[in-house]
Ligand binder design. Structure first.
Ligand SMILES: [Fe+2]
Ligand SMILES: [Fe+2]
Length: 400
């Protein structure tokens, strides 16, 4: 296997790094590029740098499903300052590359290369590839090398960090997995939304934190399982649940997860739905027997819990109850119930329901959405579940 090495701080890894790796593979026919993060940069001694675990995680997140890219933590394991000659030996020993490994250098580093430890030996044991980084011209280089004819990208880790710090746009300068990690871990001073207040009735909900990285995994699976139309309904439900949560001070990230997952079992065959709900211990009602597709809500909650390890009770309840509703529903479940019924791709929704500012509290909006659902189902001669009927009776009696 022909290998090339791309070292750097990767603080954070960004699209410029990946574009460069891809460019080297395309231009010179390598099979794989190994990205090697420094523990401590020999070029920036003493500089404050993001912990190695975070930089390594971001690199790992940026190579998803591309077998031409990999990451090796040898310099982080070695700690201290690593020298390229040692890393080169380590890679040769463990990867047994076919021919000399490529060594990718930006022309900014190439200038000082002759001063590196055992520079001549590095140049003999590797194929040095010099990429344009600061100069469109060809800066002199005293050892054998190849030149990558790449465009200079006005993108560096420093640019990404500065943009985050200054509140400027940065999210699409890095791969999606890296964006999730920066936001979930609050790296580089990224501003995250304030934590939600706990509403009355919401205290019993397990506060297991939901990360965007995890949501990315669930969303990809949901997209692969549903038709495009159903997926967009799920996405719209996630967005509207998120917005309702922000409006009424609930956990908007958990709301997004419940919304994106609520119909994840929608395309499963009926026998699979029946098998899955066998795990939640609630039996099957006569109406569910008659119409097993109703079980897609409970089945999705089982999948989320058993296959994805979600234990946030608020999220599980919201998914489980999104079709029929229930009198004991917590606030997050109400938010998903509402969003599922009125999200923008649904036709025939009273437009007033979509104006969240009109409602002083969540229950007022919830009552209006339940009414709307019942009117809609009746107009189509769809049988209304016992649970929804009871719900309707209770909310009207309570004046909710
Ligand atoms: Fe559904
Ligand atoms: Fe739905």
């Amino acid at each position: 296997m022909r290998l090339a090495i791309l070292g750097g701080s990767f603080n954070p890894v960004h699209l410029g790094h990946l574009f460069l790796a891809d460019g080297v593979i395309s231009a010179f026919g390598y099979d794989r590029v190994i990205m090697i993060p420094t523990f401590q940069s020999p070029f920036k001694p003493g500089a404050q740098i993001t912990p190695p675990e975070d930089r390594l995680d971001m690199l790992a997140a940026s190579i998803t499903a591309d077998p031409r890219l990999t990451v090796d933590p040898c310099e982080i394991r070695r700690q201290g300052v690593s020298y390229t000659i040692d890393t080169l030996g380590d890679i040769e020993r463990r990867y047994l590359p076919q021919g000399k490994p490529g060594l990718i250098l930006g022309d900014d580093l190439a200038r000082d290369f002759p001063k590196w430890k055992k520079a001549r030996e590095i140049a003999e044991r590797s194929d040095i590839i010099i990429a344009h980084r600061i100069s469109a011209g060809e800066l002199p280089f005293p050892f054998p090398h190849k030149r990558l004819q790449n465009e200079i990208m006005d993108l560096s880790s420093g640019v990404v960090r500065d943009r985050i710090r200054q509140g400027e746009s940065w999210r699409y300068l890095v791969p999606p997995g890296v964006r999730f990690l920066i936001e979930d871990r609050g790296l580089y001073g990224v501003k995250s939304p304030p934590p939600p207040e706990v509403l009355p009735g919401g205290e019993g909900i397990s506060p297991q934190r939901v990360s965007w990285e995890f949501i990315g995994v669930v969303e990809t699976l949901v997209r692969s399982k549903l038709t495009p139309g159903r997926f967009l309904h799920s996405r719209n439900t996630a967005l509207l649940t998120h917005d309702i949560c922000l409006r009424f001070h609930l956990d908007a990230v958990a709301g997004y997860l419940a919304g994106i997952a609520h119909d994840m079992a929608k395309s499963l065959p009926e026998d699979e739905l029946i098998r899955l709900v066998g795990n939640d211990g609630q039996g099957i009602s006569p109406m569910e027997h008659k119409k097993p597709s109703l079980l897609h809500a409970r089945a999705a909650a089982v999948l989320l819990k058993d296959r994805f390890g979600v234990h946030n009770e608020g999220v599980l309840e919201a998914v489980r109850l999104h079709t029929t509703g229930d009198m004991s529903m917590g606030p997050l479940a109400k938010a998903v119930f509402i969003a599922d019924k009125i999200e923008p791709s649904r036709e025939e929704v009273d437009p007033r329901l979509r104006d969240l500012r009109r409602y002083q509290d969540l229950d007022e909006l919830f009552t209006a959405a339940v009414d709307e659902t019942v009117v809609y189902l009746s107009s189509r001669n769809v049988e209304i579940s016992e649970s929804t009927r009871r719900l309707l009776a209770v909310i009207h009696k309570k004046g909710m």
